[in-house]
Design a protein. Sequence first.
Length: 123
Amino acid sequence: MQKSMDVDYNDKQLNDGLSALVASGGSRPLRDMTSWTWDEVHLFHEGTPGDFIEKTVGEPVIKSKFYGSKASLLVFEDGGKPVKAVGVSGDYLRGADDRVSFPADVVVETSPRGAVQLAVPAS
């Protein structure tokens, strides 16, 4: 049985970057808020089944049957392998559409509802 990942609930650079966007508005590449190498990110919320997270990511991420934290969960991958799991406090992070997986050029933008959302830039 594979070990689950450790979720980092205290990544200052990412949490501060997201909080600043909530306060000021605008948009910014998610990559600018991280210090590690990644090429895909997945977004999950409280209540997401653990088997869905594992199927999406390809490896166990959480130990329980459901993701139980109120923090949004971002799982970053590089080359198809998970490299970091981050819990984003405040539960204000959403997807601009129904997807849970986003490419490396994903942008974080403010939404009219006072949240911030992950959006794929128009090509």
